[in-house]
Design a protein around this ligand. Structure first.
Ligand code: SF4
Length: 231
C-alpha cells in the first residue's frame, strides 16, 4: 500500500510547510531535472500527473525515464492546431504513454473572441481541475526564461487548489531545451519550426518574428498573457 493511503484507503497529502517548500526549492535550484522528478515520484506517484502542452516531449521524456507509468494529461480545448493533435499521437506512440485526453463540451460560439478569460477558464482551467481530482501533485514544463511573468517561478510550490505543483525544468534556458531535444531525438510540434515558439489554441496564437518575445504570439493585441493553468 502506498505511504499516502491509510488502512481505510484514504488519501493523505504530505503537508509541506512554507519553510519546507523553501528548503526544497533551494535544494533543487541546481539539481538535475531527473533528480527533481525522482523526488516527486517517490513522494506522490501514482497520485500525480504531468500536464502536457505538446509543444515538445522533453518533460515527458524525462518523466517516463523515471516512471514509465506516470499519467500524462493533455487538455483538448477543441481549438488546437491539427499539428498539435498530430504531435499528441506521435508522442503517445513513441513512449507508449499512459495518456489521458480531456475533452471540452462545445463552447458558445466564438467565446474566445468575446471573452477569452472565460474561454480559458472553461476550456483549460476547469478541465485541469477535473484531471486533478484524486491527485496530490502535478508537474508542468513551465520555465522561467519563457516570459517575464514566469521569471520567478518556483520549482516546487503549492497551487491554488492546495496541491503540490512541480516544475522540474523551471531553470532551463532555451539553449538547454534545444540541446536536449537535439541530443535525445525528442518529438516536437512541427509548428516550432514555423515561427511558433509558444503554441496554444489556433484562435489565440500567431507566429512571432525573430527577436520578438517567444510568448508575444499568445493572445496578441489583448491584455492577457497567461491562461490560468499555472496558478
Ligand atoms: S487560448 Fe483562446 S481558444 Fe484556447 S481556451 Fe484560451 S481563449 Fe479559448
Amino acid at each position: 500500500m502506498s505511504a499516502l493511503l491509510d488502512s481505510g484507503s484514504h488519501l493523505h497529502a504530505p503537508n509541506f510547510s512554507d519553510g519546507e517548500l523553501a528548503e526544497l526549492n533551494a535544494r533543487f535550484e541546481r539539481a538535475a531535472a531527473s533528480t527533481i522528478i525522482e523526488w516527486a515520484v517517490e513522494q506522490f506517484h501514482p497520485f500525480m500527473c504531468l500536464s502536457a502542452s505538446m509543444t515538445d516531449a522533453l518533460l515527458i521524456d524525462l518523466a517516463v525515464s523515471v516512471e514509465p507509468s506516470i499519467e500524462v494529461v493533455f487538455i483538448d480545448t477543441g481549438y488546437h492546431f491539427p499539428e498539435t493533435l498530430e504531435t499528441v499521437e506521435v508522442v503517445r506512440r513513441h513512449y507508449g504513454l499512459n495518456l489521458r485526453v480531456l475533452t471540452v463540451p462545445p463552447q458558445p460560439v466564438e467565446l474566445w473572441q468575446a471573452d477569452p478569460e472565460n474561454c480559458c477558464s472553461a476550456a483549460k482551467v476547469e478541465q485541469l481541475d477535473r484531471a486533478l481530482v484524486g491527485k496530490l501533485a502535478w508537474m508542468s514544463g513551465l520555465r522561467r526564461s519563457e516570459a517575464p511573468t514566469r521569471a520567478n517561478a518556483p520549482i516546487v510550490a503549492r497551487d491554488l487548489r492546495g496541491l503540490v505543483k512541480v516544475n522540474p525544468i523551471a531553470t532551463w534556458s532555451d539553449t538547454d531545451v534545444d540541446g536536449y531535444i537535439a541530443d535525445h531525438g525528442i518529438p516536437v510540434n512541427p509548428l516550432l519550426a514555423r515561427g511558433y515558439p509558444s503554441i496554444g489554441c489556433w484562435p489565440c496564437t500567431r507566429p512571432v518574428a525573430d527577436g520578438e518575445d517567444p510568448r508575444a504570439g499568445r493572445w496578441a493585441g489583448r491584455d492577457k498573457t497567461e491562461c490560468g493553468l499555472h496558478l
